[in-house]
Structures are given as C-alpha cells and as structure tokens.
Write a protein that binds this ligand. Structure first.
Ligand SMILES: [Fe+2]
Ligand SMILES: [Fe+2]
Length: 247
C-alpha cells in the first residue's frame, strides 16, 4: 500500500458523511460545524499521523487482508475521528494518536515485563501481533462520532458555538466486539489476538461483574492469554497520559 493519499478528496468524502449526522443549534450552522471539524484535515499533522500509522502497521510482516483493511479505513472517518467525545484525545485525529500511543505502551510493556518476569509472562509476541492488536484495538470508534456544535461562553462571557463531538453509532455491536468485527471482516487473527481486542476494555465492560456469560470468559481469557492483560494495561496507561481536565 502506498502512502499516496489525496487529503482534499478525503476531506470532502468525510464532510459528505458528517453532514447529515452532524448536530447544530440551527440548521444553517450545520455546514460550519462540519467545516470546523474537518478543517484540521488539510493541516500538516494528519499526513504525518497517517504516515506514522502506515510505517508501524507495515513495519512487521504484512498479513493477508491488511491492505484491504487499510483501504477500507481510507473510506471512513478514521483519520479525523476523536478517541472520545470529551474524555481523552477528543480533538480531530485523536483516535489515530491514541492508537499510536497504545502501540508504544504495549511494545514497552511487552519488552519490560517479559524481561523482568519471565515466569509470569512465559511467552513473547511477534512484532506483528503487537502491531495489530494495538493499532486496531479501537476501530469500533470508526464512524462512531459525529461533529456537533454547542453553545459555550468564552473568557469574556460571549456566547459562541463550539465544535464538539457526539455519539452516532452506525454499527452498534458493542466496543471490543465491533473492533473485532471490523478487523476480521478483512483480515484473519489468531484466537489470542482476537481475545486481546475483544477484551481490551477490561473492567469497563459492565458484563464482567457477572460470571455468566461475560465474566467467566473475560477471566479465562486473561488467564490463558497474557496478551489480553498487556493490551488492557497499555490502553489504560495511554488514556491516563492523554486525560486532560475539561470544563
Ligand atoms: Fe477501546
Ligand atoms: Fe483505546
């Protein structure tokens, strides 16, 4: 897959997708809300983020289906989506920045824990496995957020419409389950990779407090596959680094 990519064309396609689902105080504000959300796409940063993402995903051996998955992502809002509405990485591009950060944390944790606790982490994982589970763990957030404009007051008490995000769940399959669906619709995974992506949200999955059916599976997966716990930790560390106080 080449790095050639037309950002102006991509911006237009994302605007076409966002326009009907964007929320604005008044109908005539809709274009402005979408425009403000996507303006960032023609700045320098998204090119760097996308290039960095491609370098990392193709740094390890290319797995069949990876090209198709990346080509599909180019048709979605992946390169602009935030990682949350307001909790962490809620700016445009936040989802990619978060995914890259989780990747860094996972590689660091993997190398450190296996070196220090070989009896606990009695296996190591290939760079390809670490790349795939970290970089694709949050694909559930693709086509999940919509731009919204909300009235806010600036420092001088003046009202203005601030561009924010709201949830517009186009494919309501859950969290880890949806990431798994998107990845596996294009590319094969081992059971352990699938488990790591499925359970990456860990204790934040409400069902894990009930033994049947979710809690037992989650507990067994963590015990059987060290990768599950490693990805959960990497995700948590990344989110803690990203969290900023909000008004
Ligand atoms: Fe997640
Ligand atoms: Fe995440």
């Amino acid at each position: 897959m080449t790095g050639k990519f037309d950002w102006a064309e991509y911006k237009q396609s994302v605007e076409r997708y966002y326009y009907p689902i964007a929320e604005a105080p008044k109908e005539e504000d809709r274009s402005r809300v979408v425009g403000e959300a996507t303006e960032w796409l023609l700045s320098r940063e998204p090119n760097e983020l996308r290039e960095e993402f491609l370098v990392r995903i193709y740094g390890s051996l290319n797995r069949p289906g990876c090209d198709a998955l990346m080509a599909w992502l180019d048709t979605t809002d992946f390169w602009i989506a935030p990682a949350s509405t307001r909790f962490h990485e809620s700016e445009p591009g936040g989802l990619v920045r978060h995914s890259l950060r989780v990747h860094e944390e996972l590689v660091a944790l993997h190398d450190d824990l296996i070196m220090r606790y070989p009896e606990t982490y009695d296996r190591s994982y290939s760079p390809q496995t670490l790349d795939i589970v970290a970089l694709f763990h949050d694909l559930c957030k693709v086509r999940y957020y919509a731009p919204t404009g909300r009235w806010r007051k600036d420092d001088h008490g003046q009202w203005y419409i601030k561009q924010e995000w709201t949830v517009h769940d186009e494919v309501p399959l859950g969290h880890g389950e949806k990431s798994l669906f998107y990845v596996m619709s294009k590319m094969g995974l081992t059971a352990e990779e699938a488990g790591a992506i499925r359970w990456h949200i860990g204790a934040y999955e409400p069902g894990v407090v009930h033994g049947y059916p979710t809690g037992y599976s989650h507990g067994a997966a963590k015990e059987k596959w060290p990768l599950v716990g490693l990805l959960q930790m990497a995700d948590q560390i990344a989110q803690q680094r990203e969290s900023t106080p909000k008004e």
